[in-house]
Design a protein around this ligand. Structure first.
Ligand SMILES: [Zn+2]
Length: 62
């Protein structure tokens, strides 16, 4: 008998970053490198796409 056990970690929870502005959960994983996050602002933190857009548009109209 050859018993194969796959060790699937059912308790492995993927943590996601929270938007620093609206505190909503983003789709960016906590283990995602900062350089690969396109809605991350240095010095501010992780933003959700809508807040990021708002901030960028806001910064441009100022
Ligand atoms: Zn937000």
């Amino acid at each position: 008998m050859n018993e194969i056990r796959h060790s699937v970690d059912k308790n492995a929870k993927v943590e996601y970053e929270v938007c620093v502005v609206c505190k909503k959960k983003t789709d960016v994983r906590i283990d995602e490198p900062i350089t690969r996050r396109y809605t991350y602002i240095e010095g501010a933190g992780q933003l959700c796409p809508s807040c990021y857009k708002k901030l960028i548009i806001d910064a441009k109209t100022r």
